[in-house]
Ligand binder design. Sequence first.
Ligand code: AMP
Ligand code: MN
Ligand code: MN
Length: 324
Amino acid sequence: MINRTEKFLKIGNAIKDGTDFIILAHTNPDGDAVASVLAMGLILHQLDKKFTMVLPDPVPREYLFLPGVSDIEITRELPENIETLIILDCGDVKRIKFFSDAIEKAKTVINIDHHYSNNGYGDLSFIDQESSSVTEILFELFEYHNYPLTREIAICLYTGILTDTGSFKQENSTAKCHFIVSKLLKFQIKPNEIYSIVYEQFTFNQFKLLELGLSTLEMFEDNSIAVIHFDNEMFLKTETQYTDVSEFINFIRLIKDLKVAVICKQMKSGDFRVSMRSKSKIDVSKIAFSFGGGGHPQAAACTIPGKIDEVKQKILLKIKEFIN
Ligand code: AMP
Ligand code: MN
Ligand code: MN
């Protein structure tokens, strides 16, 4: 059992004593990664601290509306002498391996996360797999210390919770998470507007890409597993890119009686990134973990090299082990 109070106190002390912070999150940042970096940055700003927000890859288009986003530095290099490094939403240091030197040299590393695979690296860590998102944890941390929340911070925290719960569709949308959302809504944020910005911005080209992807749909194990794929040829043909696919898994998730939705996305390197969503008791993070990836019971991902047919065969074999 984690001792929340003690850990919050220690992290609070490190924030109080720190004078110069770097805040970062995982590669290919999702809503929770971007929003938690921003929320932490906005709080440090409120506390009059010097800080830099860093992400190793660009912010996806749908999160560019978030307050403070233009202040995030996109880089894979960190300064030599870091005083306090706050790493958010990063279940595995492998996901930020190019920063490993800097992490080792930093005076204090604070690791705040909700992936159960997180081994508690760093000097101070707060890992809570029961939390829907890092933004949910940050809300509790900020509230515990009476840090001054603003509407901008509430927008970030809400967006992180929204996206990491798959817009409240996944099992991690708990009573606690909804209770926190109800407190965030007091800051006059508009859930309908945020939903629309995050989820309703598909371009025509993205729909053409979706059409190509859906034409690859295959069902297995009595229609309980759905698989689609997207390759570089499709991106080229529709003038789209890998990042345009991130929400498409939700379309196949709609299928009745589905247990696992699988989407294979080809990266520039040629390898496939395989994302999975579970609509059942099957813990897809265990499947992803067996391929060197990770995630949560209901949403996980891993990278599998090879031709698409081999990739599909490998992932299917593994899922079938968990279904039967
Ligand atoms: P995605 O399908 O890319 O949206 O990823 C699904 C979930 O798995 C997200 O919460 C990711 O943060 C998480 N995830 C993906 N890769 C890893 C990894 N290597 N280790 C831990 N979590 C991961
Ligand atoms: Mn994430
Ligand atoms: Mn997260």
